[in-house]
Design a protein around this ligand. Sequence first.
Ligand code: HAM
Length: 446
Amino acid sequence: MFKTLPGFREFYPEDCAKKNYIFKKWRAAARSFGFAEFEPPVLEQLELFTEKSGEEIKLQLFEFVDKGGRAVALRPEMTPSLARMVGAKAAGIRRPVKWFAIGENYRYERQQKGRLRAFYQFNADILGEDSVNADAEIIALLVESLRALGLGSGEFKLRLGDRTMWVLFLKNLGIADDRLIPVLSAIDKIAKVSADTFKDLLKEALGAASGNIEDISVKIGEFIKVSSIEQMAAAFGEFQSAEIADSVENRIADWRCLMGLLKSMGISDFISVDMGIVRGLAYYTGFVFEAFQIVGTGRALAGGGRYDALVKKLGYQDMPAVGFGMGDVTVSDLLDALNKGSSEDYSPDVYVVIAPGNQGLRERALAFISELRRMGFRCDYSFRDSSFGKQFKQADALGAKFAVIAGVDELAADSVKIKNLKTGDELLCAVCDLASKLSLMLSAQE
Ligand code: HAM
């Protein structure tokens, strides 16, 4: 007997119907914001991720050497591929680029609730726009994608942090430019480790220039608690240079602008300022955010931020970018826990019941069944020459809305009977009028 691999799911039809419902809502939300769908490859050159994604993801790659001797990896995320795709066509592409994708990603993680090794992600990104207008648009799409699934501000929140402000803060503490990214990834882990482990991580990140670890870790611990724009400048204490003071002032103006836009978009209730959000991926440069469920497990539903340097780092022109990824695992767990999940309805519009014992009738029925299917009706019938009772039972089991009865007498007069399986009402209908009649009856049911 074979089992599925740890962290991989198999989707039976009812699971697929649930997943597709979520995808439908995500797609509709992205389209309502004017985003176009794209699709990156599942397998990429290994270096695309080892160089561009950050330390944690490097350790989680599904990587191997293919038969041509190439070092390759299944994508753990879509952002580096997106940056390459946009970068490669940058000269001719209309800006801003507003693209979204839904696809499976692979990370060799320790399997736990909400974390699998294969998971779907909805990604939406804007490239070619550096103003906070783009950050606001992306944050609003993230929030609306969850709202479209019936989730409210009592169920999830988006915590908004800022790597730009963190960089200014760390510089103000005297931390050198080449140590900033390692220190930020240590800070990203602070909530998950003990105070002593954090100090060790910090020491490692600072390397030879570690200075007064105790003092630095206390100050970082205080800055993490900043939860309003007002607290930001105050948390810096004394500015080490006029340049830092000016940059902080400008950045606070960006914050005010962004919060103003989010308020006009009617989503302030979903947003909280939280300097504890720095994000684990190496490429983030500005505002960063994570959406968390605030009921149940409290897990992250989505994460993203600005990554203005990635396209250039891949060897293309400078292009600012901001985006997010939302996972299907935590989102569907949350919907299930709240009883808010739903499924795509794939039940047949019509089940054709064929009078048993007559091959001629089956052939005539197949002719109009095929015609109805070509017109887009969902149409099913039995392969067996079963009794009427059995066929009606099957129609019920499949959740068909109508039965069309192909009986001997009716078909002799080029007619069939349509039965509404909800109400039991029946009417006689000429075969040539069947499609139009069913259309009317189906739209009356919606
Ligand atoms: P991320 O924070 O690594 O960001 O992933 C985003 C979301 O994907 C998470 O919040 C979570 O819902 C889901 N996710 C991640 N790993 C797993 C896993 N092992 N099992 C289940 N769900 C998971 C990124 O991937 C960035 N590329 C997002 C982005 C797009 N930033 C800019 N544009």
